[in-house]
Ligand binder design. Structure first.
Ligand code: ATP
Ligand code: MG
Length: 425
């Protein structure tokens, strides 16, 4: 026998036992985005490599180390998307969705980054994100944050997450600040790790985003971006904070929050939790007013966020009441004995499906006596088993056995059950 294949490291199957949790999360997301009037956009998994280099930035973890890039049979360098914003902007420009318009978009799907797989960090992972285009004011920043806050409430872990907020200011203000930062880190060059020493030349702001605990003190003593903001950005940030207070959304200002992608300006934010160990950021976003123009469109302000669904699933799995919120794969199991009953049962179950399109029916296949069939029914998630033997068929009746309640089996006429099934369940 040849060796069985294994999935690629860091790329996981979603097995049937996990899919109810994913479906629950996805349903909550769809419900929340539609309650804010956002429209879904779906873009391809693969894009031109340059799209990501130009938007995310050459000197970022993603572009330097994490992209799945390949040359296809032609000569094009293609990349499996590591995030969703660049493609949204590309699609928006290409299809004329952005110029002189306002858009509120959302997407959900797999992303790919070649990182070291560990809990909450995978090579194929899933993100839900929202992007807004054409809005300058802090009202949209607040709306996007309110949308995420509502999702935590809907999912039932609003108390386990904290909103961290910062402003990166305008590009000019950031350049001036960068000079101060370079001066500070140059004075402390020996204390920096190799990555940060390199970044001091190529992209000094990135040092603030370092995950190396040995640098924590040095970073927290660095000059603060928030103290060097331009007046307009300062006003934008103050107004955003006021709006969040009006909406009763608690936040913490984190002056070292810079985000791992180069396209951000002004508002940046992250939702973090202490319940997941090292992979504590479940959602991150901010404003990217220069990106549309940088990718070849007319200057259009943008603001958005993305969240990692695997990390949210890990949080959901910690909930003690989770199973009550999940939809089960089977509600009604049908047992039939003998060929006549099996055929009649098949016709009857289709009638039930006509009347109850949202109820999940499963008919026993593969024969066997009632005892064996009921065992299968019990193993499924069904609440009731419908019993159709020769007697029932002869009398146009159906037996109903309650699988999860201590209740006597009952018999109804087949037509009565079609009327009463939803009350019985
Ligand atoms: P991190 O600092 O954890 O590497 P990031 O800054 O690279 O995150 P973003 O690019 O901002 O992450 O992506 C938004 C969100 O997507 C993250 O907050 C996280 O929840 C999730 N995410 C990012 N990379 C991964 C991954 N490899 N596996 C699972 N989720 C991820
Ligand atoms: Mg990362």
């Amino acid at each position: 026998m040849s060796k069985a294949f294994q999935a690629i490291k860091g790329m996981n199957d979603c097995l049937p036992e996990m899919s109810p949790i994913w479906q629950h999360l996805e349903a909550c997301i769809r419900q929340v985005v539609s309650s804010y009037g956002y429209s879904e956009i779906r873009t391809p998994i693969v894009e031109n490599t340059q799209l990501f280099c130009r938007s995310i930035g050459e000197v970022t973890d993603i572009v330097e180390k994490e992209m799945y890039t390949f040359v296809d049979k032609g000569e094009d360098s293609l990349t499996m998307r590591p995030e969703g914003t660049a493609a949204c902007v590309r699609a928006g420009i290409q299809n004329g969705l952005l110029y002189n318009q306002q858009q509120r978009l959302w997407y959900m799907g797999p992303m790919f980054r070649r990182e070291k797989p560990q809990k909450g960090r995978y090579r194929q992972f899933h993100q839900f994100g929202a992007e807004s285009f054409g809005f300058n004011g802090p009202d949209i920043d607040a709306e996007l944050i309110a949308l995420t806050a509502r999702l935590w409430k809907t999912l039932g872990f609003a108390d386990d997450v904290e909103l961290q907020l910062n402003s990166l200011g305008s590009n000019q203000a950031r350049e001036a600040y960068k000079a101060l930062l370079v001066e500070y880190f140059t004075e402390n060059f020996e204390l920096l790790d190799e990555d940060s020493q390199r970044r001091l030349k190529s992209n000094p702001l990135r040092i603030l985003d370092s995950k190396n605990p040995a640098l924590k003190e040095l970073i927290s003593a660095a000059p603060k971006l928030t103290e060097h903001l331009d007046e307009e950005s300062k006003r934008h940030f103050t107004l955003l904070c006021e709006k969040l207070e009006q909406l009763d959304i608690a936040y913490v200002i984190n002056p070292t929050l810079v985000r791992g992608l180069d396209y951000y300006n002004r508002t940046v934010f992250e939702w973090v939790t202490s319940s997941l160990g090292a992979q504590g950021t479940i959602c991150a976003g901010g404003r990217y007013d220069g990106l549309v123009e940088q990718l070849g469109g007319q200057a259009t302000p943008g603001c958005g966020f993305a969240m990692g669904l695997e990390r949210i699933i890990l949080l959901l799995e910690q909930q003690s009441d989770l199973s009550a919120k999940l939809s089960l794969p089977v509600d009604v199991y049908i047992c039939t004995l003998g060929e006549t009953a099996e055929a009649a049962g098949g016709v009857y179950i289709e009638k039930l499906r006509d009347s109850y399109p949202l109820i999940k029916f499963q008919q026993h296949c593969g024969g066997g006596n009632f005892k064996k069939q009921l065992k299968k029914a019990d193993k499924s998630s069904a609440k009731i088993a419908l019993i159709l033997g020769d007697d029932e068929i002869k009398n146009q009746a159906v037996g109903i056995k309650f699988l999860r309640e201590d209740k006597q089996q009952i018999t109804l006429s087949q037509s009565d059950l079609i009327e009463q099934l939803s009350q019985i369940l």
